[in-house]
Design a protein around this ligand. Structure first.
Ligand code: AMP
Length: 402
């Protein structure tokens, strides 16, 4: 029997998201989530896609090991257990791969050590990703385990885009440069956009706007990323749900010297209580829309700041690319919020950008064009699928090695 299944694991500090896919036809077999690991109120939600059955379990799940064992039990109930000979590999999302990992990589001790070495630049994410990997390796030591890095797609950025204008010696010593994140999404969406246009990825220039709770933009020339809005960490760039995005670095000195805040407090402020949430107390775009409709001025201003930044990035990446074939909206906000898409391109007719009102208002799960017929630049909604991208990259690598 040929092994064609790939389990995709996205391990956070207190959660594990997973999907089991069959790469024969790129179909999803099971999806699920374990939340609040380590607490008394842990919860596992598992859906067998083929039968449509959903099971939920609540009660303490002590650690990632227990979480993965619980996932394995749920999968086994559907005849999809982790001990199945049909499982070809496990693909892990790893947030930070630095400059070292430019491609998906089969995990061995050396790879684990390098991911560990990157913890100082990804203190929240890489330790959790490593825990997930180690747990899965202990469970199936015989199986190839592949790391797919959020940063990898952006390693093609030229030095002119990747470097900050600071002392090179210091930047190199501390590995301070722009890495970019959400890379699997930008890779998937830029390719899917080319497909929607009926072209090869090499033949199109695309601006991808990944607008979720975290948000980033990228400029992709002929399938290759040439710039992206996130930097050393996912804090730089667009206004996000709770992150500030771009700001004058002197704000930090000011808050420390004049405001008496500690570095940890400023870190928390900029990452957890800024962005839309900091501006108006809500980070969900649906709620912001509802409040704007009721005439709430604070919500309106938060929205305007969000859109202003987004427009600046569209303009900047237009200039970086020179010619643009498509602007693609993706992730929770990008896929669902027609009013964000309309506002983002409003007034950009001079750049060939516009949305058709009816097309923009239409909902759906498929990639679709929302620009008017015959538009110079296509504007598209392209649902992202990071798990499918991780599974595809994992399976391609394992298939090559076999
Ligand atoms: P993500 O991080 O990609 O899961 O996106 C999550 C965000 O998408 C939420 O915080 C909401 O702001 C936004 N979102 C989800 N559904 C909608 C919707 N129907 N309309 C507007 N925004 C939405």
């Amino acid at each position: 029997m040929t092994a064609t299944r790939v389990l995709v694991l996205n391990s956070g500090s207190s959660s594990v998201k997973y999907q089991l896919l069959d790469m024969r036809d790129a179909s999803r077999l099971a999806v699920g989530l374990v939340e609040r690991i380590g607490e008394q109120t842990s919860r596992l939600k598992h859906t067998c896609v083929t039968s449509g059955d959903t099971h939920e379990r609540s009660g303490p799940i002590a650690d990632h090991d227990a979480a993965l064992k619980a996932v394995s039990e749920e999968l086994a109930k559907d005849g999809l257990g982790l001990d199945s000979p049909e499982l070809a590999a496990i693909g892990h999302r790893v947030v930070h791969g630095g400059m070292f990992f430019t491609e998906p990589t089969v995990i061995d001790e050396e790879v684990l050590t390098e991911i560990e070495r990157l913890i100082p630049v990804a203190p929240l994410h890489n330790p959790a990703n490593l825990t997930g990997i180690r747990t899965a390796m202990a469970l199936r030591p015989d199986l190839p385990q592949v790391a797919v890095f959020d940063t990898a797609f952006h390693t093609t950025m030229p030095e002119s885009a990747a470097r900050y204008a600071i002392d090179t010696k210091i930047a190199d010593r501390y590995r301070v440069r722009r890495y970019g994140f959400h890379g699997t999404s930008h890779a998937y969406v830029s390719r899917a956009t080319a497909k929607l246009l009926g072209k090869a990825p090499e033949d199109v220039n695309v601006i991808v706007l990944h607008l979720g709770n975290g948000a980033s933009a990228s400029a992709v020339r002929g399938g290759v990323c040439v710039d992206t809005s996130m930097g050393l960490t996912p804090l730089e760039g667009l206004v996000m749900g709770t992150r500030s995005g771009d700001l004058d670095p002197a704000v930090i000195f000011h808050l420390q010297r004049v405001g008496g805040m500690s570095m940890d407090e400023i870190d928390t402020l900029l990452n957890k209580s800024s962005g839309l949430f900091g501006l108006c107390g809500d980070n969900d775009m649906r709620e912001i829309r509802r409040r704007m409709d009721e005439g709430d001025e604070q919500a309106r201003l938060a929205f305007e700041i969000y859109i202003h930044r987004l427009k600046k990035y569209i303009g900047a990446y237009y200039a970086v690319l020179g010619t643009v074939d498509a602007v693609a909206f993706t992730a929770g906000v990008g896929e669902n919020a027609d009013f964000v898409r309309a506002a983002a391109v409003a007034g950009l007719e001079g750049l060939g950008l516009a949305v058709d009102e009816d097309r923009n208002a239409r909902r759906g799960d498929e990639a679709r064009l929302i620009s008017p017929e015959g538009a110079r630049v296509a504007v598209a909604v392209v649902p992202t699928d990071e798990e499918m991208e991780i599974a595809t990259q994992t399976y391609a690598l394992v298939g090559k090695a076999a």
